[in-house]
Write a protein that binds this ligand. Sequence first.
Ligand SMILES: Nc1nc2c(c(=O)[nH]1)N[C@H]1C(S)=C(S)[C@@H](COP(=O)(O)O)O[C@H]1N2
Ligand SMILES: [Mo]
Length: 534
Amino acid sequence: MKRSLGWGLLIGLLLTVPLIALMYLADQLVNLPFVPFNLFDWTTRMLPGDLITFGIDTMISGLLLLGGTSAVGNAKAAEQMSAVLAFLTAGTLAIVVYFLVLSWRRLRPSLLSGVILGALVGLPLIMISTTVTDLSPLITFVWLLLLFLGWGVAASWAAAHVLESEDVSEVRSVQQVSRRQFLIRLGSGAAAITVVSTGVGVMLSRRAAEEATAAVTANSHAAPESDSVSFPNSNDPVVPAPGTRPEYTPLKDHYKVFLRTEPSLIDESAWMLPITGMVDKPKMLKLAEIREQYPSRDQYVTLSCISGRIGTSLISTTQWSGVSAQDLLADLGIQEGARYLDITCDDGFHESVALDLIDQDERIMFCYDWDGQPLPKDHGFPLRIWIPDVYGMKQPKWITGINVTDEYREGYWVERNWSETAQVKVTSVIDTVALDAIYENNGQQMVPVGGIAWAGDRQISKVELRVDDGAWQEAQLRQPLSETTWVIWRYEWPFVAGNHTFEVRCYDGNGELQIVESSDQRPDGATGIHSYDI
Ligand SMILES: Nc1nc2c(c(=O)[nH]1)N[C@H]1C(S)=C(S)[C@@H](COP(=O)(O)O)O[C@H]1N2
Ligand SMILES: [Mo]
């Protein structure tokens, strides 16, 4: 029993690793589904919302502990790694169980038993993968079935070589020799398949990434905003304290959140936006038509994720360009009684947006550019919506359809018990106490302290700091990029040696103090005071 457990583990690993490598290769070559990701996405979709949030949160805190804030950018890589490891574990365990059953029931590892193993494991996975792929289900089915049957048959063949149970000693020593040879052959076969498939796969994926970058550069009708144009507040005398985050987030550093293991990859030539439902004149629009037929507008926007804690790195600022939802809807002939847009996305995400809200706010836009360039694929290419003053969870990316309706449907995360309104919680954060930048002013040593404050579109009227429970002191505010971005603040701290705790609080444009009582991010967004120790 123990021996078959050991053999099962070894053979399980030796066979499941190349299986994964082959699926990866086929994914890179012709876009066949990569089952580990499909399985992971399916599982997270089936699990209750609370548990997923808990999982994501645990992972983010784990990464923070391990590698500081920069590691959070790698959360997706960590998720992909977990998906592959989970699959490897499951595949290996299946072979272990198969080996245990064989030795427990004293069965010969026949070819049929291998076919059964492959089918038992493969069929449910194939069901999951065919529901998420865009390829013909038949091709997907045949390819994956062959792969899993091959894996099962290889397991039975390996079992036949390693699980013989005769006790006669000469036979055993002969067996040991042939077993060793067998293992060497199996091991080198597995290694060869893995190395070649992964190598070619990685090469293909690099080339695809390069081509995508080249295409974006060729397409971009304007140089990136961040390089060329000066910002509206470039003359503001309040300069960020050294160590404050960039006021305008470099595009590659913008935070990312998406529910699937991989972002949707939408081909512009195949994409059209249908606007249907309660309208007299339904439409089907290509991206170029949306760009050309409607006036475009630009807006500096800070976007944040509701699942961030106080001081989260899931918040960023860039320039959004697109068409006002009012303009896009103007000539559709929206019928009497219509009340919502039901927006659907490539990845199964969806959200309802009230027509009343759109009527009240011309800024709500269907956005196609970020930072003067077509939306990056991670950020929703070709089209996403922007709604001021609400968290990202209400703002669909990769939009594939707009249905005008009189029925309200809860959005993807609302269905999973997150806030229905998801209005941004007023927040302020200390980024830096710049001890390195200490300077003297009239004989007093001063240290610049800096950070951000944000209130959705309600603006910031005041930011205050205190040190070690002292009195609250007012900070200087830099003019923001727009009324919908964060405000950079700066405070000059009269230096006192030793350990200290800094705290920050802010007031919105109406003079209302941010919520200072701590509450968890779930379900309405985190509240409380951010503090910083030196
Ligand atoms: N289609 C789709 N849209 C989506 C999401 C998603 O998973 N799928 N995530 C939402 C969430 S929770 C956030 S915080 C923002 C993040 O946008 P970003 O990744 O471009 O920063 O996108 C929102 N829109
Ligand atoms: Mo989010």
